[in-house]
Design a protein around this ligand. Sequence first.
Ligand code: ZN
Length: 203
Amino acid sequence: MKIICIGRNYVDHAKELDNPVPKKPIFFLKPDTALVKNNEPFYYPEHSSDVQYEVEIVLKISKTGKNISEENAHTYYQEIGIGIDFTARDVQSQCKNKGLPWEISKAFDQSAPIGKFIKRNTLDNQESINFSLTINGEEKQKGNSSDMIFSFENIIAYISKFITLVDGDLIFTGTPSGVGPIAINDHFEAYLEGNKLLEFVVK
Ligand code: ZN
């Protein structure tokens, strides 16, 4: 399986990092070795001194598709969850400044903790999904999927023009504003429509 992450999908987050608002979805990949499951701890990596959190809604792809239309895109995922797109912001800035690929800032081991998934059809309003992140009990990020620049269906259709999606692939759909640094011993809790789906500590 593969992990595909959308960048700059919320206007307020693009602005907080001084990035232009994109006209088409921007995406990058993480390998399966980035996953952290079962609320296991995240170990602060040695190659960065500014690892930052980005809480994101995650879609789990349920069947193979290529050139998927926006109209059919909703049939390609049945489960929704939440994850953290950990980013070594200092390393990412260096890569961006030099015009280099930024994998070492985004795709390193453990850079993608994911929580439990829930059935999409159990949500009251699939067009307006609330999600949030608290660290040490304090709310750090809060978003709603209706504020995305590109909808889940836009994203699936766009990615599948270039990359075949297969059962089990995960799509991180972008982060709202409020990203920031983490510290050892931080206690993460992430919620989707009030359900705590992810909880772990930084070591
Ligand atoms: Zn992200």
